[in-house]
Design a protein around this ligand. Structure first.
Ligand code: LMR
Length: 396
């Protein structure tokens, strides 16, 4: 039977890891997959995580199952981090947390829930969006549609976005990126979030807010503006959260699906369905990452250390954005790429074409996603002049 199986190309983002590792060019630069890198190109285990892990190793007493919703202490910690410790939504017991295998797992839970419990409802994704959004909702069998997000001049197309949102059928789901839009790096201002809220409310849409980069844009609280606005002003919201980036727990698969409902009873009903979806997909989520997060957030000292390191990471990325534009100045390209300093998070839609990206890879061993998305965290003072020179060569 297997003779009928066709080979398919690898994932457009994860495939870059292998291609980069195989490249023997000593000058190679990895601007591909979205992982944080320090000035030496490493993705370190965060200091507080290391400490929490050694405490866990000493104190852990069991490897027994943690249940389909995961560790309740983790759920509470994530609810506070995402919605705010003094959130009126939490006070009203309108929100629930279901631990998931990473942000991707949370998205898949949401997708399966939508398919089963909101039959006939489609999902609207920004154009462009993280390519795996397409994979996840396709796999779950949810009908997908697009709303404009970036225009042909590589700018945020907010008017186009709003105009399309105003036409979405009532009750459909709209996927919003809370901050650090992946892949573009263009985020909504507070006023724009307010306008989105109004349209979502008028049309009775269900927002699914993907919050994979909390703390990587302007700060843990600042980045939560849009999520909290939606949760506090709407009866129903879904939120997917991830500790992959802000705790650096990528391979520990540590995420969460949050449901905000009209009241505590409806929240419990929805929550009970999430447990079924989780059980049917993977039963229980992995526990190591969530135990680390609980250990850190339960300790004032570890939490302060973690926040400090997260701030260092964010500042480094935002500094690199400015340095990148400066490095392009000698080539007269600083205006063309000025948007890079304005964008937020790890990613930048550079505006480079797939052909230019191919040339960067083949001629300079610089790797980025073919859409022109660059992981700014892969830059460093040592490779910036090289990258700027290569970009100048391919755009001229
Ligand atoms: C990315 O977009 O590079 C990250 O979110 C990693 C992934 O899973 O694609």
């Amino acid at each position: 039977m297997f003779e009928q199986i066709e080979r398919v190309p690898g994932d457009a983002i994860l495939g870059l890891i292998e291609a980069f590792n195989k490249d023997s060019n000593p000058q190679k630069v990895d601007l591909g997959v979205g992982v944080y890198r320090d000035a030496h190109g490493n993705t370190p285990v965060m200091r507080a995580v290391k400490e929490a892990e050694s405490l866990l190793l000493k104190n852990e007493t069991t490897k027994s199952y943690i249940g389909s919703h995961g560790d309740p202490r983790y759920g509470q910690a994530i609810l506070s981090m995402v919605l705010g410790a003094d959130s009126p939504v939490l006070a009203a017991k309108r929100a629930s947390a279901t631990q998931s295998p990473g942000g991707t797992g949370a998205l898949r839970l949401a997708a399966d829930f939508i398919k089963t419990h909101l039959p006939g409802k489609g999902i609207w994704l920004s154009d462009p969006t993280w390519p795996n959004h397409l994979g996840i909702f396709h796999a779950a069998g949810v009908e997908m549609h697009k709303y404009p997000y970036v225009d042909a001049e590589n700018r945020l197309d907010f008017d186009g976005m709003l105009a399309t949102l105003k036409q979405i059928p009532q009750g459909d789901v709209v996927l919003l990126h809370a901050c650090c839009h992946n892949p573009s790096g263009f985020d909504l201002s507070k006023e724009q979030w307010q306008q989105v809220l109004e349209v979502v409310r008028e049309r009775g849409l269900l927002p699914l807010v993907d919050f994979a980069y909390q703390g990587f844009g302007d700060g843990l609280e600042e980045d939560a503006y849009g999520v909290r606005l939606m949760a506090e002003n709407l009866d129903e919201v879904l939120i997917t959260s991830s500790c992959s980036k802000n705790f650096g727990l990528y391979r520990e698969r540590t995420g969460c699906l949050i449901a905000v409902a009209k009241n505590a009873e409806q929240m419990e009903n929805v929550r009970s369905q999430f447990a079924i979806v989780a059980r049917e997909n993977y039963s229980n989520p992995p526990a190591h990452g969530s135990a680390i997060v609980v250990e850190i957030l339960d300790s004032a000292e570890l939490a302060a250390n973690w926040r400090e390191e997260l701030t260092e990471m964010r500042d480094r990325i935002n500094g690199l954005r400015r340095d990148f534009v400066d490095a392009l100045k000698p080539y007269g390209l600083d205006q063309q790429f000025a948007h890079i300093a304005e964008q937020r998070g790890m990613f930048s839609y550079t505006g480079l074409t797939p052909e230019q990206v191919d040339r960067l890879r083949d001629e300079y061993a610089i790797y980025m996603v073919r859409s022109g998305r660059a992981n700014v965290a892969g830059l460093a003072s040592e490779n910036l002049p090289y990258v700027a020179k290569a970009i100048a060569a391919v755009v001229k």
